[in-house]
Design a protein around this ligand. Structure first.
Ligand SMILES: Cc1ncc(COP(=O)(O)O)c(C=O)c1O
Length: 357
């Protein structure tokens, strides 16, 4: 059987959730499980995250999947509903909605009695400079105060554009705007921390924190590895050796014949490619782990396989290869490929088999 496996560690997930609790003991936790739990598989992850106060998703379909899997926790639609007909479904299923544009305000008001009868809060998004979603100051102050007067329980919400960066001037600007609105709408429930902000700004944890990447044991930061953050990688992506070739100096490997052997070598072909979600374009030297040793990739990654240099190593057909996991961090593979761990995790394809340990 072709070896291409994604293994999810429930223990690591629980460890990381506990780490969030340790960092933000007084806040409720909205565990972000959008994009199929950051590529880890919703079903695999929810049961390890039941100690969360709510789950955060990007759209109604993702929220419905949570219910279909039998989980009754509160769900927050962090982008709200996309059309009026979704509002009724959201209410029926007890999904709390983010409001970030006027139409969403109109829809929630139209369904006000039902919405409030279910005890659902409205999350109102501040656009404090990221300029993706939300209402700006001072409009948002008026919106929240009016919603409160209409009987809605509101959560003031905001998302940092640069929480991962150390000294970005936008951080202070966004913080100040958030605090200003919070004060002008007091008392109001508040939420502005993603993973990086949870780890950096305890004074901003407030009522709800919204951890994503840290739950999965990858880092939001460029220069702070997961071990330093007290997190454990949840996913191990592995494959096996499917062919071994001895090549001579001057021989080439793979599409485009980009790799030319500078010495006699032994090349192993590994059963994984970009069709599984492994990135094709490595711009720096990239590695996998075989028998506990880092081993460089050679030539281009193709759809179903890649080549690695196993010269002098004791390997055979079926020897396991870790593409990323506890020995080779997804963050490091991402860096070698000019991207971020988030992207590599989310874009895994359906093909690798999934298992939970
Ligand atoms: C609104 C919102 N909150 C929280 C998060 C979680 O962010 P992170 O994965 O960096 O913790 C996201 C992720 O994109 C988000 O969009």
């Amino acid at each position: 059987m072709r070896q291409a496996t994604v293994t999810i560690s429930r223990e690591a997930l629980q460890h990381n959730l506990n780490r969030v609790k340790q960092l933000a003991p007084d806040s409720k936790i909205v565990s972000m499980v959008k994009a199929n739990a950051y590529g880890h598989g919703l079903e695999n992850c929810l049961s390890a995250l039941t100690q969360s106060d709510a789950f955060g998703v990007a759209c109604l379909d993702e929220a419905i999947e949570i219910r279909q899997l039998g989980f009754n926790q509160l769900v927050t639609l962090i982008e709200g509903v996309f059309s009026e007909d979704e509002m009724q479904i959201a209410i029926d299923n007890k999904f709390e909605c983010m409001l970030h544009h006027q139409q969403q305000l109109d829809w929630v008001r139209k369904y006000k009695n039902q919405y409030q009868a279910k005890g659902l809060k409205v999350w109102v998004k501040l656009n404090s400079g990221m300029n993706r979603l939300g209402f700006k100051v001072p409009e948002i102050i008026d919106i929240i105060n009016t919603l409160k007067a209409e009987g809605f329980e509101c959560v003031l919400a905001m998302h940092f554009a640069n929480a991962d960066a150390d000294d970005h001037p936008m951080n202070e600007q966004q913080k100040q705007q958030f605090l200003q609105v919070r004060e002008a709408c007091a008392p109001v429930l508040s939420s502005c921390c993603n993973s990086a902000a949870i780890m950096k700004w305890p004074e901003l944890h407030f009522d709800y924190v919204r951890p994503g990447i840290m739950l999965y044991g990858a880092t939001p930061f460029d220069h702070r590895p997961v071990a330093e953050l007290g997190l454990q990688p949840v996913m191990t992506f592995s494959a096996g050796i499917m062919a071994l070739n001895k090549i001579h100096t001057g021989e080439k490997v793979g599409y485009g014949s980009t790799f030319v052997a500078q010495k006699d070598m032994e090349i192993a072909i590994v059963s994984i490619g970009y069709g599984d979600g492994y990135p094709r374009a490595y711009i720096e030297q990239n590695y996998v782990v075989v028998n506990g040793q880092t081993v460089p990739l050679v030539g281009r990654v193709s759809m179903d396989m890649m080549a690695i240099d196993v010269t002098g190593l004791n390997v055979t057909i079926d020897t396991p290869v870790e593409l990323w996991g506890t020995q080779r961090l997804v963050d490091d593979v991402a860096k070698a490929n000019g991207t971020i761990g988030y992207e590599l995790l989310c874009r895994l394809s359906k093909r690798p088999t999934r298992q939970v340990i």
